[in-house]
Design a protein around this ligand. Structure first.
Ligand code: NAI
Length: 367
């Protein structure tokens, strides 16, 4: 997926051009609490937009708008491919969550989300937590990702890691003819909430696991839980080592030209969002014979979980749905082979087809 308006400057560009693919962009302001938020709905073809609220100290409003437009578009594709009855939405709150977050600000934000009458459903993202969702929910009916005490599902990283593991099994089958990762070496960059759970799945399957993280306590925790894991000092060292699979589970942009050039792994499959640093990287990966399992295809376990919560959370049901990431990844890789295109493009095609074919049904008037 390209990032619309990624190089645009709000002072020189018509905001309608910047968000020309989007249905609605809402600017919400409450000076008394310091709230400055932007809510973007990319598409509601499949249902109300679902996506988290990111609380981040953007350098400018233009940066915040660019981010929310790209993120909400990404959610349309992720939700469509995950088979959810949800469109793509996302929100950003401009500010430093550690300094600027307050009850009044979150509740003011909740009132703006409420004013959209369910067109947008919010959840956690970078800088917001389930506790924040509980506060927002005091003003708003359209909130998920809540605390267990309030009927929520808790930490979404458990199912995200499980889904990534399923994507990895499907990728292994596609490339090596077996879903098992036994005897394979898997490198994980970032052993935070998701990466740490992924380590457990891989070891259970008989894989050798190599990890790295910039945060020493994260590495220490994995070492304590799984002493058999190998630790390397940097991501640079990890990607250049003898891996069969590379799992980026830290920040976006993990796959840039330098990484693709040195990467020894034959499969890339990880949780991080927006792994491709720029358009064209997916082709470079393919030319090097590296199978890239599209990030938004394999990391949808978290959104599957928060979507399930809207029905009254059932871990078994959500787990079952996350297990479906295996079949989805397999279909994406099969389509890529049939159409002769990179898997990233095949995933986009499948998501767009579902938005078009299922979204069209909303045109059938129910009376
Ligand atoms: P987290 O913040 O718990 O873990 C990220 C880990 O990466 C941290 O331990 C951090 O120290 C480490 N890290 C940061 N920069 C690094 C670098 N340059 N090299 C090595 N390690 C580095 O985040 P979480 O929840 O585990 O998410 C990981 C990724 O997966 C993120 O990109 C997130 O957006 C994505 N994701 C997470 C979902 C979830 O349910 N938690 C759902 C879908 C995507």
């Amino acid at each position: 997926m390209s990032t619309p308006g990624s190089s645009a400057d709000l002072s020189t560009v018509d905001v309608f051009d910047l968000g020309r693919e989007h249905e609605q962009v809402v600017f919400a302001s409450d000076p008394a609490s310091g709230l400055k938020a932007v809510i973007a709905l990319h598409s509601t073809a499949l249902g109300p937009g679902l996506g988290g609220t990111r609380f981040h100290p953007y350098a400018s409003t233009a940066d915040a708008v660019r981010d929310v437009l790209a993120l909400s578009r990404g959610m349309s594709y992720k939700n469509a491919l995950a088979g959810l009855d949800h469109g793509g939405g996302k929100a950003v709150i401009i500010g430093d969550p550690r300094r600027d977050k307050s009850e009044a600000l979150l509740r003011a934000y909740g009132r703006f989300v409420q004013s959209l009458h369910g067109r947008y459903l919010t959840a956690c993202d970078v800088g917001t937590t389930s506790v924040d969702m509980d506060l927002i929910a005091r003003e708003c009916d359209f909130v998920t990702g809540r605390t267990v005490a309030h009927g929520g599902a808790g930490d979404s990283s458990v199912l995200t890691a499980y889904g990534v593991f399923q994507g990895m099994r499907a990728s292994a089958e596609h490339l090596w003819g077996s879903t098992s990762l036994e005897g394979r070496t898997v490198g994980i960059a970032g052993v935070g909430k998701v990466g740490r759970h992924l380590v457990g799945h891989l070891l259970d399957d008989g894989a050798r696991v190599v990890v790295t993280d910039v945060h020493a306590p994260a590495v220490d925790r994995v070492r304590t839980e799984h002493p058999e894991v190998t630790v390397v000092a940097t991501t640079e060292e990890l990607v250049a080592s003898d891996l069969d699979v590379y799992a980026p589970c830290a920040m976006g942009g993990a796959l840039d030209d330098d990484v693709v050039e040195v990467l020894k792994a034959r499969i890339v499959c990880g949780a991080a969002n927006n792994q491709l640093a720029h358009p064209g990287i997916e082709k470079a990966l393919e030319e090097r014979g590296i199978l890239y399992a599209p990030d938004y295809c394999v990391n949808s376990g978290g959104v599957i979980q928060v979507a399930d919560e809207l029905e009254g959370f059932s871990f078994e049901r959500a787990h079952q749905r996350a297990a479906g990431i295996f079949d989805t990844t397999r279909s994406v890789l099969d389509l890529a082979r049939t159409d002769g295109v990179p898997a990233a493009l095949a995933a986009d095609r499948m998501a767009e087809r579902r938005m078009r074919d299922v979204g069209r049904l909303h045109g059938i008037w129910l009376g």
